[in-house]
Design a protein around this ligand. Structure first.
Ligand SMILES: [Zn+2]
Length: 171
């Protein structure tokens, strides 16, 4: 049977970039500080304790990330209010993706520590990756980055539309 593992060779540049940078150079905090750049940064939602954005280096179409507004490296450091809001944001993001993309399933999880594949180990985040039957090579057939960023902006707009229509995120 064919392996269903996600693999993402295009992410290697991203991982190397981050490794070369200072540890305090956190793109999530950078985005948090610049609400005026939410379109460019593909930020979908901001809430009191969290932020939801499209992953610029997606594992699959519609790959969202949910992160706390505070720069913490592990859920151990999150307080009750942050934890509750993060999981609610996951639920709401899953709803929005379901309405727009109608996936067959989801991978939802965290990579904690570099050995576990965390591209940004300093700022904990939850990945939400929509899955479709037979989707294992979505990105490898779509190597033109302009095409990808264009489709991600369109997707962001579609997610914002359903958010307004359905009053998401309902926290
Ligand atoms: Zn941060």
């Amino acid at each position: 049977m064919e392996s269903k593992n996600l693999w993402a060779p295009w992410r290697i540049n991203y991982i190397q970039e981050l490794t070369d940078d200072e540890p305090c150079d956190c793109f999530i905090c950078h985005y948090l500080d610049r609400p005026g750049d939410d379109d460019k940064n593909l930020v979908l939602w901001r809430s009191e304790h969290g932020i939801v954005l499209l992953n610029h280096y997606p594992y699959n179409n519609g790959h969202l990330m949910v992160a706390p507004a505070r720069h913490i490296s592990d859920i151990d450091e999150a307080d009750e209010a942050e934890l509750a809001e993060l999981i609610k944001l996951v639920r709401e993001a899953k709803k929005a993706l379901t309405m727009v993309l109608k996936p067959h399933g989801f991978n939802i999880g965290m990579n904690l520590g570099r050995c576990a594949g965390a591209g940004l180990p300093g700022h904990v985040h939850i990945h939400i990756v929509p899955r479709w039957d037979g989707d294992t090579s979505f990105m490898s057939v779509c190597s033109d980055t302009d095409v990808i960023s264009q489709s991600m902006k369109e997707l962001l707009d579609q997610l914002r539309e359903v958010s307004i229509e359905h009053n998401l995120p309902g926290l």
